[in-house]
Design a protein around this ligand. Structure first.
Ligand code: CO
Length: 149
C-alpha cells in the first residue's frame, strides 16, 4: 500500500513537470516598479492559443502604477504606446481599434491579476515581437521579447 501511494505521487509530480513543456500558458509578475518578472517569452505556433497571466504583486493602485501586457511588432511599439497615452486608463491606454495591437490585457494595480489569450498561429517565426506596458511612460523600460518558435 505504501509503495502504491509513493508511485502515484511520483507519477503525479513527473507528469506535472512533463506537461509544463512546451508551455502555452505563462505567468508574469509585476510590482511597484517598471519591470516584468521575465523579459522573454518563448512560445510555439503549435500552441494555437497562448495565455499570459499577469499578476501585480505591488501595492500601488492602477492610476499610479498600472501595468498591462500589450503585444505588437517591434517596429510598432513606440507609435502604439504614444497613441495609447491619450486613450486613457478606462481604455487600458490602448487606442480603440488599433490594428497594430496583436493582443492586450486590461490595466491592473497592486493586488490584482488578469490574463489575455491570443492566437499565435498567425504570427511568424521570422519576425520580432515585443510585449510592453502601455501605461504612460512605462514602455521604455517595461518590455520584453516574444519569440515565436
Ligand atoms: Co506599467
Amino acid at each position: 500500500m505504501k509503495i502504491f501511494v509513493v508511485l502515484i505521487l511520483s507519477y503525479t509530480i513527473i507528469g506535472t513537470a512533463l506537461s509544463a513543456e512546451p508551455s502555452c500558458d505563462f505567468q508574469i509578475a509585476v510590482g511597484d516598479n517598471l519591470k516584468f518578472s521575465q523579459d522573454k517569452v518563448v512560445a510555439s505556433k503549435a500552441c494555437g492559443t497562448v495565455t499570459i497571466k499577469l499578476k501585480h504583486e505591488g501595492k500601488l493602485p492602477k492610476n499610479m502604477m498600472g501595468h498591462n501586457w500589450v503585444l505588437t511588432h517591434a517596429k510598432d511599439v513606440s507609435a502604439v504606446a504614444t497613441d495609447g497615452m491619450s486613450a486613457g486608463l478606462n481604455n487600458q491606454y490602448v487606442k480603440a481599434g488599433d490594428s497594430r495591437v496583436i493582443a492586450f490585457s486590461e490595466m491592473i494595480g497592486g493586488g490584482e491579476e488578469t490574463s489575455v489569450s491570443f492566437s499565435i498561429g498567425a504570427l511568424s517565426t521570422s519576425e520580432d515581437y515585443i510585449f510592453f506596458c502601455s501605461f504612460p511612460g512605462h514602455f521604455y523600460a517595461m518590455r520584453g521579447i516574444l519569440e515565436v518558435t
